[in-house]
Each structure stands twice: as structure tokens, then as C-alpha cells.
Design a protein around this ligand. Structure first.
Ligand code: MF3
Ligand code: CO
Ligand code: CO
Length: 291
């Protein structure tokens, strides 16, 4: 690309004033094949306009989760939570990213107790005192995606459940804090897993975080149990989720194919928790775009 041409990122700026230095820095880097180190593809790099779009989607997504903070109580059905998420997102001119995603029937995932993720909201499922539940919401606004989830404790829960919920949040925060431009995505998973393993918990590896922004589940895959300095290079302008699924017992999970085809549970039926943020990699650190 010529230095006076418009930059490939779509910023409308001249290449020399935009990603020319970036491309040079990457071309000078050595990538360790044995650590799975790879360059990020250009399509996952967001320009200022893209970032503003994802940020705006994130604000609506945060609002939907704030509503869950108020609604989650013993006796409410997960279908009522789902309807509220749908109404809120549509009411703000956006679309629930989960709805019809690969055939998913609802506007959020509601994952209770031994459900690891992708629980389907239902009129038949009433929250009960002592449950722990993850509500996972994705908002699409003007084609930009933001994805986040939170845990809720329904009424009074056991000390063991409370500890799992708290430590899982610490895992997510450690992962977010480990994400740095010009380092590798494996740093995130290494930080998440350290906190989980120190606390005697299992880290789910069958599912993970992902690039998000100009699409829903895009590169890179974000493992929550990785080795430092492995995988894709993180660079300014990338947006991705950190969403560790942490289990009380075994890290092993299964999808009941005879059931709804979505619900993922722990193999030992012990508790699982998850927190998810969408973050932006900046030159100097990160910005949380949805939480
Ligand atoms: N929001 C989930 C994630 O964090 C994905 C849900 S996909 C669905 O990646 F189809 F189950 F909704
Ligand atoms: Co999510
Ligand atoms: Co996600």
C-alpha cells in the first residue's frame, strides 16, 4: 500500500498517517510458530468509527444487564428476564445478538447452577432461593456487537456458591488486566487460570472468549487456560471478550444433544459460574466496552 493512499482500516486517513507505523512494527516482529503466535488479520482491527459503534452497542447492553440487576429475584421465570432483555434492546433501537443466532430461540442466555452457558430461557423455569444464575446478553447496533454477562445470587446462597461467583469475577478481572497491546492473547487465559487453579476450581476449555465487534464470534479465540505469550498478537483497535467459565469441580462439560441442543452443563453437575466483559485493546491499556 502506498503511503499516500487511504488506509486499509477504513479510517479515511492517509496510510502514512494511520496504520503505516503499525504495519512496520508487525513486519519487524518475530512470531514464534511453536507458541502458536500469529498476526491478527486486518478484519479484526477496528477504526475510530467502529470503536464508537461498539461502544454505543455496549452502553445499551450494559443497560439491559442493569435491568437484570433489578429483576433477578426468587420466583421470576427466566422467560420473563428474556422478555425484558428483548424489550429493552429493541426499545433502544438495537437487536439482541442471540436471537436466531444459529437458531438460538431467545434474546439472552440464562444459565443456572450446573449450567455452564447457553441456558435457554423458559416459562417453566422459576428462580429459586439459593440458585446462582448467569445472564448473558449481546446487543447489535448498526451492525456492531457488544457481549457481556453477569452472575446473580438468588436470595441467600451457600458460602460455596458465593465463593465461586466471587472468584470467577476475580478470574475475569485478572484476564482483563493481563490483556496488553503488543503481547499475546494467551496472557489472558494464563491470568484467568492462575486465579481459578489457586482456588481449586476447574477452567472450562471447550468454550472460550472471542473477538467481537464487526461480528459476533470472530478471531481470536480467547482461551481461559492458556500459556503466556501464545496465540494471536493483541494490537490497538482489537475488541474481544474475556468470559471465563469456572467450575466448582471438574472442568469437563457436556451438551445434552437429546435435550434442547444448547444447554452446556458440568459433567459432575457441580456449580459453574461465568462473568463476561467486552474490552478494547488500546495503545496504553484497555477500555471496557461492555460489562
Ligand atoms: N453470548 C455468548 C457468548 O458469550 C454466546 C451465546 S450464543 C447463543 O459468546 F446462541 F447461545 F445465544
Ligand atoms: Co456472551
Ligand atoms: Co461472548
Amino acid at each position: 500500500m502506498q503511503r499516500n493512499e487511504l488506509c486499509w482500516c477504513g479510517s479515511g486517513k492517509k496510510y502514512k498517517k494511520c496504520h503505516a507505523d503499525y504495519d512496520e512494527r508487525i513486519s519487524e516482529m518475530k512470531f514464534d510458530f511453536f507458541k502458536g503466535q500469529v498476526r491478527p488479520p486486518r478484519k479484526v482491527i477496528n477504526n475510530a468509527q467502529d470503536i464508537a459503534g461498539i461502544r454505543a452497542a455496549g452502553i445499551i447492553n450494559d443497560g439491559a444487564l442493569d435491568l437484570m440487576d433489578e429483576m433477578v429475584k426468587p420466583g421470576i421465570t427466566t422467560a420473563e428476564l428474556d422478555q425484558a432483555v428483548y424489550d429493552y434492546i429493541i426499545g433502544h433501537g438495537a437487536i439482541p445478538g442471540d436471537l436466531n443466532y444459529e437458531g438460538f430461540p431467545n434474546s439472552c442466555c440464562t444459565s443456572i447452577n450446573d449450567i455452564v452457558c447457553h441456558g435457554i430461557p423458559s416459562k417453566k423455569v422459576k428462580l429459586q432461593e439459593g440458585d446462582i444464575i448467569n445472564v448473558d446478553v449481546t446487543t447489535v447496533l448498526n451492525g456492531y456487537y457488544a457481549d457481556a454477562s453477569r452472575m446473580y445470587m438468588v436470595g441467600k446462597v451457600s458460602p460455596a456458591a458465593e465463593r465461586l461467583v466471587r472468584v470467577t469475577k476475580e478470574c475475569m478481572e485478572a484476564g482483563v488486566a493481563a490483556a496488553r497491546a503488543w503481547h499475546f492473547v494467551g496472557d489472558i487465559g494464563a491470568a484467568c487460570a492462575k486465579v481459578a487453579h489457586e482456588n481449586g476450581y476447574g477452567v472450562v476449555t471447550d468454550l472460550g472468549g472471542h473477538g467481537v465487534g464487526k461480528g459476533y464470534h470472530i478471531d481470536p479465540f480467547v482461551s481461559h487456560n492458556a500459556k503466556p505469550e501464545t496465540g494471536m498478537l493483541l494490537v490497538p483497535g482489537m475488541t474481544l471478550t474475556v468470559e471465563p467459565m469456572i467450575n466448582e469441580g471438574t472442568f469437563k462439560v457436556f451438551t445434552d444433544k437429546t435435550g434442547d441442543g444448547w444447554t452446556v452443563r458440568t459433567k459432575d453437575h457441580k456449580l459453574s459460574a461465568q462473568w463476561e466483559n467486552t474490552i478494547l485493546i488500546t495503545e496504553t491499556g484497555i477500555e471496557v466496552l461492555a460489562h
